[in-house]
Ligand binder design. Structure first.
Ligand code: UDP
Ligand code: MG
Length: 311
């Protein structure tokens, strides 16, 4: 019998339909493995019966972090990481899109000496073409921009060893892109492959708005490339307008071609206006993040922590 503990971290937001099935899978995995398990559910401000269902599962291994409101997926994961006591932590979605059976494979790799075992999505089932394309583009774009090695087509479904967890816990940044933070930490990392199936029940809790915010965190929290890009763009536009100035000067002095057109006035104005707004927007992204940091609010608020132990 091992006496190692594995903590399973599950963020849940209105997942009443999937929890019983998920629990079935998780418990059956626990029976086939000789570890002590701990299940940490983070109730991320659900407005359905999620909390009630969780509270009714009378099992000592269950712990529930009940947030005071919806703080978002990445923050929920963070809370799980903060509370977990295991020698290894596994982050998994509640909707069975990440097959729980892969957990055993991850643990095996961990026993082989890896500190981070991340799940790579070989195939994604049950998701629309829009999500597939934007996800593909995002992962590749983000890899290009950031100066750390974030693997592509990898979600938050992964195992973290205790040394990695202890490092990640020191990173209290407010705009969190957890998988990037884990890559940044380093240690020995490896992949396991799985097929991402469609949701067991219910709809995605990631509407377009949340996807965009998430993508922005991935890019702006891990790279200053946009700043460099904007600087470069400004440089290019300056050179171009300088050339244009010389050209107009030449027309005026050496030719008879008078310029009546408004286009030569309006186009540069519109173009420059666009470039300037874009640049200010990029600056705003970083300033907003600095603002979030200096206010230094807590990352999340726990209404109540339930551990079935104390009943
Ligand atoms: N989730 C959460 N808070 C949120 C949104 C999602 O805790 O604000 C949880 C959700 O319950 C699920 C996981 O994060 O366990 C992944 O969400 P979802 O399956 O909706 O995302 P998708 O697979 O569509 O990208
Ligand atoms: Mg999902």
């Amino acid at each position: 019998m091992h006496n190692k503990t594995i903590s399973i971290i599950i963020p849940v937001f209105n997942e009443e339909q999937v929890i019983p099935e998920l629990i079935k899978h998780l418990f059956s995995i626990a029976r086939s493995a000789s570890y002590t398990f701990e299940y940490i559910f983070i109730n991320d401000g659900s407005i359905d019966k999620t909390l009630e269902i969780l509270r009714n599962i009378k099992d000592k291994r269950l712990k529930i972090i009940d947030f005071s409101r919806n703080f978002g997926h990445q923050i929920a994961i963070t809370a799980g990481i903060d509370y977990a006591v295991g020698d290894a932590l596994i982050i998994i979605d509640a909707d069975l899109q990440d097959p729980p059976e892969t957990i055993l494979e991850m643990i095996k790799k961990w026993e082989d000496g890896y500190d981070v075992v991340y799940g790579v999505r070989k195939k994604r089932g049950g998701e629309g073409w829009f999500k597939l394309i934007t996800a593909k583009l995002f992962y590749r774009f983000n890899k290009r921009l950031s100066n750390i090695d974030i693997p592509v087509d990898v979600g938050d479904f992964r195992l973290l060893s205790r040394p990695v967890v202890d490092e990640v816990k020191k990173m209290r940044e407010k705009n969190r892109f957890v998988r990037g933070m884990v890559s940044w930490v380093g240690f020995r990392q490896c992949a396991v492959y799985y097929e991402r199936s469609s949701r067991f029940a219910g709809g995605s809790k990631y509407p377009f708005r949340k996807m965009v915010a998430f993508a922005f965190d991935g890019i702006f929290s891990f790279s200053v490339a946009p700043l460099q890009l904007v600087t470069f763009l400004g440089f290019l536009v300056s050179i171009f307008s300088f050339g244009l100035g010389i050209y107009f000067f030449y027309l005026k002095l050496f030719t008879q071609k008078a310029i009546h057109g408004w286009s030569s006035t309006v186009i540069p104005i519109v173009f420059l206006g666009g470039v300037q707004l874009l640049s200010i927007g990029v600056l705003g992204q970083y300033i907003g993040r600095i603002y979030d940091e200096v206010r230094n609010r807590p990352l999340y608020i726990v209404r109540k922590f339930y551990s079935n132990d104390d009943e």
